[in-house]
Write a protein that binds this ligand. Structure first.
Ligand code: SF4
Ligand code: SF4
Length: 443
């Protein structure tokens, strides 16, 4: 490559990383719109969770076919991109396979393993495509996965295939140029897969094959930069966010709810037979939240917003949700997708109003998620158990229900009756406390 190519490459590289950095900044800003929450406790357990669930993909393999294929794509994609480092150095300094002389036979092993992984990735991606588009697994054709989210999943599969094919074509043309009499390129690498592709260049002039090599090289690296920037718009963001998401996930047992301190105090007072209801209780202004529960994304905590960006849209939650299975409107996957969509909308609002959110007469509640969906939840935690990246759709559902009940008194009639009974009788039944033991007088 000449100097002009190196300069052009530097410009493309800087532009790609700059655009990516600006989008990462937006994501962090949006996640920080959430309510503060301390998740610094127990770092040992958190690192273990991250290593096991994000890196080791322990929850993915609960469904073995998808799990193992996913590991192939994940490992393949990450490891092959190690070569990116060499490509970047070659591109910037006009060298060719700069690591080869330093790594010797290790280099050959590396390139050979990249090629084998590339072919495995193509195989796994093809199976994924077949599952989505030919076998049409129920969770991939569910009504909450239409429009862009449906196409997005396919775009990613196409992207990955094209990148792997370009990688192999790049190697094949390179190998041909290494083997021509006089050797246009120096000998470097071992090519167990692309050696079968290289013969297609036989009979072509060296100039043409060098040109083709450069085309494959450029398309490959530009493709990677485009893919990196596409992540911001895609569910594929999980390849990065699964790590912080599993680290900051709730460590409490799944059935444990986070009670509001101010409400807990009230209830304890109500249940304490020795409490004097007329005694002036000290009012702790800080303990009373400005708003109970959540009606919009800014009312959710930052971990819930991180959850929304991390959702892989795999639908494992929805496929195991009893409410969804019995035909209710609720889909925990949709809860996460709606939260992300609304968060993106709020973020765009802030971007176009000089850093300030201007009320847009919309909220996550009603405009995205309806009370009907929220009240269909049985709070069984199946969605949390199933999620391969430790997301909790249930926590968002509960916070939004809390808002409906405590801010709007908008619970279903049966619940309102129960809550009135608890308030008046200290129990969910319609009897006064004095009548509780009447049953034993009956014959
Ligand atoms: S907790 Fe609610 S949303 Fe999650 S699986 Fe159970 S019923 Fe569905
Ligand atoms: S919440 Fe988890 S299980 Fe549900 S779609 Fe998202 S990643 Fe999959």
């Amino acid at each position: 490559m000449g100097y002009l190519d190196n300069i052009l490459f530097a410009i493309v590289l800087i532009a790609g990383f700059a655009f990516f950095a600006s989008n990462v900044k937006k994501i962090i800003r949006n996640i920080n719109l959430g309510v503060d929450l301390d998740r610094k406790d127990n770092p040992k357990a958190r690192w273990a969770n991250m290593a096991l669930i994000a890196l080791g993909q322990s929850k993915m393999v609960k469904r073995p076919i998808a799990g193992i294929l996913h590991i192939v794509v994940y490992v393949g994609f990450i490891i092959i991109n190690i070569e990116l480092l060499e490509i970047i150095i070659d591109g910037l300094f006009g060298t060719h396979r700069i690591f080869a002389p330093y790594l010797g036979f290790v280099y050959d092993i590396l390139i050979a393993s990249f090629e084998i992984l590339a072919i495995l990735v193509i195989f796994a991606v093809t199976v994924f495509w077949i599952r989505r588009n030919l076998i049409r697994l129920k969770r991939f054709i569910h009504s909450d996965l239409t429009g862009f989210p449906k196409s997005d999943a396919n775009y990613i599969l196409y992207f990955e295939t094209v990148l792997m094919v370009l990688f192999l074509l790049m190697n094949a043309s390179d190998l041909h140029l290494q083997n021509v009499p006089g050797g246009v390129f120096h000998k470097a690498g071992s090519f167990p897969v692309s050696q079968f592709i290289a013969p297609v260049f036989n009979g072509k002039s060296n100039e043409l094959v060098v040109l083709l090599f450069e085309v494959f090289w450029w398309l490959h690296i530009v493709g990677i930069l485009v893919f990196m920037n596409y992540l911001y718009f895609s569910k594929h963001l999980h390849i990065l966010l699964a790590f912080p998401n599993t680290y900051f996930a709730d460590l409490n047992p799944k059935g444990k709810f986070n009670n509001l301190e101010s409400v807990t105090k009230e209830v304890k007072l109500m249940m304490d037979p020795n409490a004097d209801p007329f005694a002036a209780a000290p009012v702790d202004e800080n303990a009373v939240p400005a708003k109970f529960g959540a009606s919009d994304v800014q009312d959710l905590n930052w971990v819930q917003l991180l959850n929304a960006y991390t959702c892989t849209e795999c639908g494992r939650c929805t496929s195991s949700c009893p409410a969804n299975q019995t035909g209710k409107k609720l889909s925990p996957r949709k809860i996460m997708m709606d939260t992300r969509d609304r968060l993106q909308e709020v973020g765009k609002n802030i971007d176009s109003n000089k850093g300030i959110f201007v009320p847009d007469n919309k909220t996550l509640l009603n405009d995205y998620i309806t009370p009907e969906e929220l009240w269909a939840c049985t709070s069984c935690n199946a969605c949390v158990e199933e999620c391969p990246v430790n997301i909790s759709p249930l926590s968002i559902i509960m916070d939004m229900r809390r808002y409906l009940v405590m801010e709007q008194s908008a619970a279903p009639m049966s619940l309102n009756a129960m809550m009135t009974n608890i308030e008046n009788n200290g129990a969910p039944w319609q009897y006064s406390q004095q009548d509780r033991l009447n049953w034993k007088n009956e014959n």
